[in-house]
Design a protein. Structure first.
Length: 128
């Protein structure tokens, strides 16, 4: 088990993402900001190349194309599947800055059965 929002958790998530299908042209640099956590705010990023997670690390990404900001509680609810990310966005619980078109282009990926299998596998190794 890996503690949620740690580098170990991100590393294991990247390993689990290796089996995701390639989706040419789905490329984005995503910055995540999780606020109000027990240890303060947490910054991490994902780099997606052709629909596959190629890098994820704690820290800030200088060339982020999209930044998603949400509270710790909402981020946990989304991760656990208790809160739909699209609904949270529509309710203003996830703030988006940057190229929203790039984010919307990821919807076919994040709503796919393969992505659901990936998130279930990540949750199975996550200590919340």
């Amino acid at each position: 088990m890996s503690k949620w929002l740690t580098q170990e958790w991100l590393d294991k998530s990247l390993e689990l993402a290796r089996d995701q299908p390639e989706r040419p042209g789905s490329n984005v640099h995503l910055q995540y900001v999780v606020t109000d956590g027990p240890d303060g705010d947490i910054f991490y990023y994902w780099i997606v190349v052709d629909g596959r997670l190629s890098e994820c690390r704690l820290g800030e990404l200088a060339d982020a194309e999209v930044t998603l900001t949400q509270t710790y509680d909402d981020a946990m609810a989304v991760q656990r599947g208790e809160l739909d990310a699209t609904a949270a966005f529509m309710q203003g619980r996830i703030k988006v800055a940057g190229d929203v078109g790039k984010l919307m282009a990821l919807l076919p990926i994040t709503t796919s059965p393969e992505f659901k299998t990936f998130t279930d596998a990540v949750n199975a190794i996550t200590e919340f």
